[in-house]
Design a protein around this ligand. Structure first.
Ligand code: PEP
Ligand code: MG
Length: 567
């Protein structure tokens, strides 16, 4: 197979660097996400209160119509999110509050801003699901203010052609609306390698570069070449660069076609290559060349609902997925509610630090029925299919919690039970935890956030969340060692597993399976096939011994097979 080399950068062409976030290359014109409008310092004279109120109401009506129009072209969760937002824009209580402000002499845009601001504070104070809706209201306010002041509409751009989306950062509400036909690539100024935007971009197979400071200078319409493997963006590429990107995309397609079958190192050690699966067509997921599912994020069944799905609904959904993976392993993660995935019916009260609060398996302390019902549904679905179903709980912190979950799951009739290792405390006691379960799976996204004390939803600390951080890899090695001693499998299902240069390192640290989104799998399979198990061990030693993430990456690159080193 041909070797891939990074984009050439002839003099004059601007080459920006960021964090490689989703593999592949893309070329297209920039469409920028417009910044939210701000009210000018000089406030114009207001017209009559009822005229200003009418202007404001009409602007909100237009916003609601636009949201409805977009919802009409979508299905499922995305349509529901937009429909709910349109309802908010038409809320009579909001109109009443705007009227109060115009009566006090506010021009329309100022009245919208003030009324939405006060309403937002109320929602934020309510916490949980309602607090999440505060961001939707801010979006409505920005759109109405932009209309009233004749400024560019904020939110996802719609230039009418396929484009590279450039933004400061993308909110989950933006990413659910991404049109995969139109968005060729994504470049963000902020954002870390484990953010939900990145997870979604990978799942959709859209090349992405995040944490790219230079993105701020990319103007609308400028042609850019995005290299999601190298983490670079070439602005205004010349013919040679465009040709290079095309060749690279061709080679990637060839790689996808060439790399097939079960994962193994060059000397034949098996490493199961599994998929991370969430919302979407089970048939499509099952059609990928994988050995099964390493992480089924079941949250998709629970999000954007006011009541939990019934046992029957859950059973039907799990059955459809298990059937698509007949004969293969399917690892179902029980509901990971709380923190960045708040649910109305799993509220746990006001928390100042939700990432350190009642989330994941801890939610069952407050809402035990959610977990027992889910386990019953998984067991019922497993009984009717030939998929090798396993279940695991997220955010388990102690060996006792692991034993508690194992007893619950086995009591529900599920044979193979494991837990996720996402908390440093659980990793440090892996030797004591592993004998209580059948397997573990390391969630490097959360394990990175808790090891480095860096919020994964915050775009400002991507270097600390880098999965190459030696401290994180050290903990992976602690768990891997415990797995070898106990004879239990150790998987990795965080985004770290999707990096082809890091995959051999994880295997050298003791990982026996790697789980990732489908587009990442062929390159990881190829990278493993090019290294022996003892080479993986050597690469792991070098990475753990490095002083930082960048040094670890470079030390490993220096000894990796040249083909992998060039990715
Ligand atoms: C993780 O934390 O690494 C993980 C796989 O779970 P999520 O990203 O869904 O929190
Ligand atoms: Mg997690």
């Amino acid at each position: 197979m041909a070797q891939t080399e990074p984009l050439p950068s002839p003099a004059g062409a601007a080459r920006l660097s960021g964090i490689p976030a989703s593999p592949g290359v893309a070329i297209g014109p920039v469409a920028r996400m417009a910044a939210p409008p701000s009210l000018p310092e000089r406030r114009p004279e207001a017209g009559k209160p009822e005229e200003e109120a009418d202007l404001a109401r009409r602007a909100l009506g237009r916003v609601a119509d636009l949201l409805d129009q977009r919802a009409a072209g979508l299905t499922g969760e995305a349509a529901a999110v937009l429909g709910a937002q349109a309802l908010m824009a038409r809320d009579p209580e909001l109109a009443r509050r705007i009227g109060e402000h115009t009566e006090q002499g506010d021009p329309a845009a100022w009245a919208v801003s003030a009324a939405c601001g006060a309403y937002q504070e109320l929602l934020a104070a309510a916490g949980g699901y309602l607090a999440e809706r505060a961001a939707d209201l801010a979006d409505i306010r920005d759109r109405a203010v932009a209309l009233l002041l004749d400024l560019p509409m904020p939110g996802l751009p719609d230039p009418g052609v396929a484009h590279v989306l450039v933004a400061d950062d993308l909110a989950p509400a933006d990413t659910v609306q991404l049109d995969t036909e139109r968005v060729l690539g994504i470049v963000t100024r902020y954002g870390g390698p484990t953010s939900h935007t990145v997870i979604l971009a990978r799942a959709l197979g859209i090349p992405a570069v995040v944490g790219c400071a230079g993105a701020v200078d990319l103007a609308d319409g400028v042609l850019v070449a995005v290299d999601g493997d190298a983490g670079t963006v070439a602005a205004d590429p010349d013919e040679e660069q465009v040709e290079h990107v095309r060749r690279r995309a061709e080679r990637r397609r060839a790689l996808l076609a060439e790399s097939t079958g079960p994962g193994r190192t060059a000397d034949g050690t098996g490493v199961a290559l599994l998929l991370n699966v969430g919302e979407g067509d089970p048939g499509k997921a099952g059609a990928h060349d994988s050995e099964g599912v390493g992480l089924l994020r079941t949250e998709f069944l629970f999000l954007e609902r006011t009541d939990p799905p019934t046992v029957e609904e859950q059973t039907a959904s799990y059955t459809a997925l298990f059937e698509a993976f007949a004969g293969r392993v399917v690892t179902v993660r029980t509901l990971d509610a709380g923190s960045d995935k708040p649910l109305a019916f799993a509220a746990t009260g006001q928390e100042d630090n939700p990432a350190l609060g009642v989330r994941g398996f801890r939610t069952s302390r407050v809402h035990p029925g959610l977990l027992t019902e889910q386990l019953a549904a998984i067991a019922a679905a497993a009984r009717t299919t030939s998929a090798r179903v396993r279940v695991m709980a997220p955010m388990v912190s102690t060996p006792d919690e692991a034993a508690e979950f194992a007893a619950l799951a086995r009591g529900a009739g599920i044979e193979r039970v494991g837990v996720m290792i996402e908390v440093p405390g659980a990793a440090l006691l892996a030797d004591r935890l592993l004998p209580r379960v059948d397997f573990v799976s390391i969630g490097t996204n959360d394990l990175a956030q808790y090891t480095m004390a860096a919020d994964r939803t915050l775009g400002a600390l991507p270097d600390l969340l880098d999965p190459w951080q030696p401290a994180l890899l050290h903990l992976v090695g602690t768990v891997g060692g415990a797995g070898e001693r106990s004879g239990r499998p150790v998987g990795v299902c965080g985004e770290a597993a999707a990096d082809p240069l890091l995959a051999p390192v994880l295997v050298g640290l003791g990982a026996t399976s790697l789980s990732m989104s489908a587009p990442s799998l062929p390159a990881v399979r190829r990278a493993l096939a090019l290294h022996t198990h003892s080479e993986c061990r050597r690469m792991a030693e070098l990475a753990v011994a490095a002083s930082g993430a960048e040094q670890a990456r470079e030390a490993v690159r220096a000894v990796a097979h040249p083909e992998v080193a060039a990715w």
